[in-house]
Design a binder for this molecule. Structure first.
Ligand code: CO
Length: 212
């Protein structure tokens, strides 16, 4: 059996099992989605949003990219964000990074010729490193430096969300969503909370929109 045939076979078994367990499940799923959460995570195969939070289909609207970045000129993440906030009315947005992130690790090194496109994407993390260089360069071990940059990257991405007009508008009119920055441990499966921002959180005036 080819590896992808196994995926298709597993899918049939899964659909069968779900129907056995809950005969109305797919009927309900086919009607509409009302997820309470938007998840912005890393594309890393070891950090699947639903599995690590034991969430059923329909619970989390998911966007994943290399190193869980919220680049405010990226039409992909902005489209997902706007749909999640303005149409799905999610209550929470979670940016979830993970320790040992290859994207963050790559950003700590010189530009690599074999990832000429990803270099441009990862440049955003180099900028975060530059912003926190004093703190990061004090850390003696390369692993500690990577772990801390992973955390700082998550925190920065949560602020990037807060700096969008989409979030500021929703905060002003509906006092939601709450923004969360989390980091996942590949070695223990545990999620740690790093930051939480809501409509009442202070914001640098440089990034504030004036909607009046
Ligand atoms: Co990663």
């Amino acid at each position: 059996m080819k590896p992808f045939d196994r995926l298709l076979l597993e899918n049939k078994a899964w659909a069968h099992e779900m129907t056995e367990h809950d005969p109305g499940f797919f009927q309900r799923m086919s009607q509409a989605q009302t997820p309470e959460f938007l998840w912005i995570g890393c594309s890393d195969s070891r950090v699947p949003a639903e599995q690590i939070t034991a969430s059923e289909p329909g619970t989390i609207f998911v966007h994943r990219n290399i190193a869980n970045l919220v680049v405010t000129t990226d039409m992909n993440v902005l489209s997902v964000l706007q749909y999640a906030v303005d149409v799905l009315h999610v209550k929470h947005i979670i940016v979830c990074g993970h320790y040992g992130c290859g994207g963050v690790m790559a950003a700590l090194n010189k530009q690599q010729p074999q990832i000429i496109l990803a270099n441009k994407w990862l440049k955003h993390i180099k900028d975060i490193y530059r912003l926190h260089r004093v703190e990061l360069d004090l850390l003696p071990l390369p692993e500690a430096k990577l772990d801390r940059l992973v955390e700082l990257n998550v925190i920065e991405q949560v602020h990037n969300l807060a700096h969008t007009s989409i979030i500021q508008k929703a905060w002003r009119s509906e006092q939601r969503p709450e923004l969360h920055g989390w980091v996942y441990g590949l070695d223990d499966g545990i999620i740690k909370e790093l930051i939480s921002l809501n409509a009442d959180s202070p914001m640098d005036p440089l990034y504030q929109y004036d909607f009046s």
